[in-house]
Design a protein around this ligand. Structure first.
Ligand code: IVH
Length: 676
């Protein structure tokens, strides 16, 4: 390959990786497997390593820059980064409307946009000729701090604004404003992972996001699941939309993540309705919010109304009632996790917070209790944010009467009574008894769960019952259960026993990646498990992997690599694997399709799947197509044979129509497979 061709390949790789980043981090769709994605990145790295002078800052490999800095430089904002005045109820919104109607009568008939008030950190992102060149904090609104290197690690921030043939060209200078935050789901996963690794969990998503952005070492920032949602143009050297609603769609078309939850309100009365709607769906949002932001849709009108201090008159924050209340800490309970980690939780005098009665709350870990000096009997302040599990903020020291009792970590496991252990460098306390029934129950619960072996009908009650009866000593015993064992149990009839045994037997066919996830190795979840199957075709191969070899895989650090090797070295686990093998639970990954043996009706055909399908997820569709010999790609091109379109197919369908590519729906695809 000559240099020109190599360069072309590099550009193509970059484009493809950017496209997949956008699909994954902004559109939440997965069009390639993690393995395929890693292959693209690996090839790009290879080319760039051979030609370091070709590396540009907008290359997808350049998310984590070289090293740590010691201080953030100050940067003046191109326009003031304003704040918002607050209202606390609908009367406050009415008063605001009246005030500004008096200033300008156009307000009386104006339309509005409502958006969530993201509980994150404001960032200002600068693009020059479509390339991300600088990112700053809000600072004092006039001058912010340069956190470009940290922001580069935030995957949903486009490093380059994609230019599509039909889409609008971005202006040469574009500065946008957004909020960096952590989705509730990601935050909980992060904490779950930390708990399993015996490390300190984070108290709340906002502080974690803020701490992560202010890291001196971007490599640390890169490990946090930060995301951004963009909502305004701060400056641009071209013509920009004159309304907020159009601004949101323009930003979306530039590839920025923009919330889909914003609402257009044609007049003031629909604005009030929208505000009520926001209050009602507060808990349904995937991120934490502390209110609703109301904006006059007409940006010129907004600007002409001016500002009071740092608050524009043309916008308002309607704050939600705070979800912090005090109650009495009646006791501290201790949970045993599946890796034996002991975690404390608060048993509270039941109290209502925002329409929900809270009886228990997280206490994070034993260090947290000590640091905050939380005592049994204390009046404690608890917070329920979004959909997250409530947590104890701290004690109300002034309310103490002297009978409150300090708490010390348990000396023994509350489930099995064996001594609890604590490694000096970790925060966690562990029950190290391999036969601890609580750990076994948690392990089984995880093993049968949906993302793992998906044994439906096997709820926690049944798991506990089977462990109590001594029928299960490890997860492999599930596959040795007999009908006679089950029918004699309370609540079990013939039918229920048959059904359960049937689903257990069916789970033997689950994929290797599900089984790896199901084993519950510390730090190895769904995604990691699936990554591993890209390198190891079965559990024997994985069991022979060395720490060094594992660390070659992207995303596997020394902790996870060691956890995997450790897991396979333990005698107990070796016995477990043998049992699984003997009982026929031994999935392998087919690297090559079985040529000639199976009929592959879709062989040689290239598919693109887009939109929401009625009965299958896109991932399932993809597997189905691949299992039948077809190939699935992420973008529509002349080479595409079929586009499988569901609801809301978006631009891919349009492109397919333009290129005259055959379009089928889910049923159409199934017909193709049947008819060949
Ligand atoms: S607009 C002129 N929109 O809330 C417009 N701000 O309390 C000013 N915030 O400093 C801001 N979500 O950091 C706007 N959808 C949203 C927002 C939002 C969160 C933050 C922003 C601002 C703070 C004011």
């Amino acid at each position: 390959m000559n240099e020109k061709e190599l360069r072309l390949e590099m550009e193509k790789l970059r484009q493809e990786i950017r496209f997949h980043n956008h699909q994954y981090y902004v559109e939440n769709t997965l069009l390639v497997s993690d393995y395929e994605y890693d292959q693209l990145v690996a090839r790009l790295r290879e080319i760039e390593a051979a030609h370091p002078d070709w590396i540009t800052l907008d290359s997808p490999t350049q998310r984590v820059g070289a090293g740590a800095s010691t201080k953030f430089a100050k940067v003046a904002h191109p326009a003031p980064i304003l704040s918002l005045a607050n209202a606390y109820d609908l009367d406050g919104v009415r008063a605001w409307h009246q005030r500004i109607s008096k200033l300008d009568e156009r307000v009386v008939t104006a339309d509005f946009v409502t958006e969530p008030k993201f509980d994150g950190l404001t960032v200002v992102l600068h693009y020059r000729n479509g390339e991300f060149v600088q990112g700053t904090t809000r600072g004092n609104g006039e001058v912010g701090e340069d956190i470009t290197e940290n922001l580069r690690t935030v995957r949903s921030i486009p490093l380059r604004i994609p230019v599509s043939e039909d889409g609008p060209l971005p202006p040469a200078e574009l500065v946008v404003r957004g909020e960096v935050l952590i989705f509730i789901e990601d935050f909980e996963k992060l904490n779950q992972r930390l708990t399993e690794q015996g490390e300190k969990t984070y108290v709340n998503a906002r502080n974690t996001a803020s701490g992560s952005l202010r890291q001196m070492d971007p490599r640390v920032t890169a490990t946090r699941p930060l995301t951004v949602l963009v909502y305004a143009v701060v400056a641009a050297d071209g013509l920009m939309p004159s309304t907020q609603w159009e601004t949101l769609s323009l930003l979306r078309s530039y590839g920025f993540p923009v919330t889909e939850t914003a609402e257009y309100c044609k007049d003031f009365s629909s604005l009030l309705e929208s505000c009520e709607h926001w209050l009602a769906r507060r808990d349904e949002l995937p991120f934490e919010v502390d209110g609703v932001v109301i904006k006059l849709n007409d940006l010129n009108l907004q600007a002409s109304l001016g500002v009071v201090g740092k608050d524009p008159r043309g916008a308002l924050a309607l704050k939600y009632p705070a979800r912090e209340v005090t109650t009495t800490l009646q006791d501290i309970g201790v949970n045993v996790g599946r890796t034996g980690v002991l975690t404390p939780y608060a048993i509270l005098q039941p109290v209502e917070v925002g329409g929900v009665v809270v009886k228990q709350a997280t206490l994070h870990n034993f260090d947290y209790i000590a640091e905050k000096d939380i005592r049994i009997g204390d009046r404690v302040l608890i917070k329920r944010a979004g959909d997250v599990i409530p947590y104890v903020i701290g004690p109300v020291i002034e309310a103490r009467v002297g009978v409150e009792k300090p708490f010390s970590p348990p000396a023994v496991c509350p489930a099995c009574g064996q001594p609890a252990e604590h490694l000096p460098e970790e925060v966690a306390w562990y029950c190290v008894n391999a036969a601890c029934p609580a750990q076994l129950v948690r392990n089984l619960e995880h093993f049968v769960s949906r993302p793992a072996m998906d044994i439906v009908g096997m709820g926690i009650k049944i798991v506990e019952q089977l462990v109590e009866e001594g029928l299960l000593q490890d997860v492999a015993d599930l596959y040795g259960l007999r009908k006679a064992d089950l029918v004699s149990l309370e609540g079990f009839g013939e039918k229920k026993a048959d059904n359960l045994l049937e689903t257990i037997a069916a789970s033997k066919e689950q994929t290797l990646s599900r089984l790896i996830n199901a084993l519950g190795i510390r730090g190895v979840g769904e995604v990691m498990a699936s990554d591993l199957t890209g390198y190891y075709p079965d559990l024997d191969a994985l069991g022979q992997a060395t720490v060094e070899a594992l660390m070659e895989i992207e995303g596997v650090g020394p902790n996870i690599a060691e956890a995997i090797v450790d897991w396979f070295e333990q005698e107990k686990n070796k016995r477990l694997l043998e049992k699984l093998r003997v009982r026929g639970v031994w999935p392998t990954v087919d690297v090559e399709p079985l040529a000639g043996e199976t009929y592959q009706p879709l062989a040689g055909l290239i598919f693109v799947v887009t939109g929401t399908l009625p009965n299958h997820s896109r991932g399932e569709m993809k597997t189905l197509i691949q299992n039948n010999g077809g190939k699935v790609t992420g973008s529509v091109s002349k080479k595409t044979d079929y586009v499988v379109a569901g609801e809301n197919p978006g631009s891919k369908l349009e492109k397919a129509q333009l290129l005259g590519i055959q379009i089928v729906d889910e049923a159409g695809l199934l017909d193709l497979i049947k008819e060949g």
